[in-house]
Design a protein around this ligand. Structure first.
Ligand SMILES: [Zn+2]
Length: 342
């Protein structure tokens, strides 16, 4: 019993330590490396799900269902989950224009700007948007502390400084990069965006900022029709399957890591390159997605680069299949986390 009690105390201590993000916490690192290794930190908040009108094409329910699947299938237990606290707007201002933030939060965006986002405005959606961005910031902090962490939302890479598009309102990847830089926790960030759609908002935000390297590997004919210029864009042809896709990734990722030498990798693990995705035009299988996650995470961690993961896009009427595809990230991350005894 005493062993259990110690383990429980250590878990509580770890949670507290991770949440308060004390970099270089020698005490905790000593415990973690010498006595016990814990499981992957996962970030979730019940407000990740906000009501949408019935039949809306954005699969909002997936965030809550993903949380439930991870628990029900034993991928994670409750002690692994961390809930973010809401960020103040001063952090969002590191990326977005104040006029846009105020107009969105107050529900006064004009109809055209609102249509471009594609999600009907509501106070609950404003809260959801801000808590999801806060979740990615917490994911990034926990990744620095623990080596690897996964959000159960995030990847709103079509959000630009002064407007939103394609279901994206505020750019969580950009906000997390800038917040951590502002806090002095990182200098160089690498964004690895493997969603099937180009990370056009992220590319624009960091176009003149060499401290955040943007890498987007996407399908050449998918949205957006007008692509922006990332630091590295790899545009893939329609219908590409597992092996070619993974070979393409292997061609770029290891060199990128050694060239950029980031303090943190932010990984957008969109599952819309899947063959059954409603919007994506690539042809990966479930196995291909799982291999992709293992490849990205193993390559980064083997080089000693911490990775913060967000789930990115994924669209299907088969909600169970879609949630399973997203869960492949957490399944792979759990394996890699244990393998590296982070
Ligand atoms: Zn996408």
């Amino acid at each position: 019993m005493w062993v259990r009690r110690i383990l429980k105390n250590l878990q509580t201590a770890r949670k507290r330590t991770c949440e308060t993000r004390i970099m270089g916490d020698v005490y905790w690192r000593f415990i973690r490396s010498t006595i016990i290794f814990m499981d992957l930190p996962i970030i979730y908040h019940e407000d990740y799900v906000a009501p949408l009108p019935p039949g809306h094409r954005f699969p909002m329910a997936k965030f809550g269902l993903l949380y439930q699947m991870l628990l029900a299938e034993g991928v994670a237990d409750r002690s692994q989950f961390h809930a973010p606290e809401l960020l103040g707007s001063e952090w969002i201002q590191l990326v977005h224009d104040d006029d846009y933030i105020q107009a969105y939060c107050n529900g006064t965006l004009d109809d055209k700007a609102q249509r471009r986002i594609g999600l009907p405005w509501s106070p609950a959606l404003v809260n959801r948007t801000c808590i999801a961005c806060s979740g990615t910031v917490l994911t990034a902090k926990l990744a620095l502390e623990c080596g690897l962490a996964c959000n159960t939302a995030g990847g709103t890479h079509h959000a630009f400084p002064n407007y939103g598009s394609g279901f994206c309102i505020f750019n969580d990847l950009a906000i997390a990069s800038r917040v951590l830089q502002k806090m002095g926790l990182v200098r160089q960030v690498l964004i690895v965006d493997l969603d099937v759609h180009q990370g056009d908002g992220t590319a624009t935000i960091f176009q003149d900022d060499s401290s955040v390297f943007t890498f987007s590997m996407h399908c050449e004919v998918n949205f957006p029709s007008v692509k922006q210029k990332s630091d590295l864009d790899v545009a893939l042809p329609v219908g590409m399957e597992d092996d070619e896709y993974l070979q393409s990734l292997a061609k770029y990722l290891p060199d990128l890591l050694s060239d950029v030498n980031p303090d943190l990798v932010l990984y957008d693990a969109g599952v819309d390159p899947h063959q059954a995705d409603k919007l994506g035009k690539l042809a990966l299988t479930d196995t291909g997605l799982f291999r992709r996650e293992m490849q990205v995470l193993s390559t980064c961690l083997a080089g000693g680069y911490p990775v913060a993961c967000v789930i990115g896009g994924g669209y299907s009427d088969d909600m169970k299949g879609l949630v399973y595809r997203h869960s492949l990230l957490h399944r792979a991350a759990s394996q890699v986390y244990r393998q590296y005894r982070l």
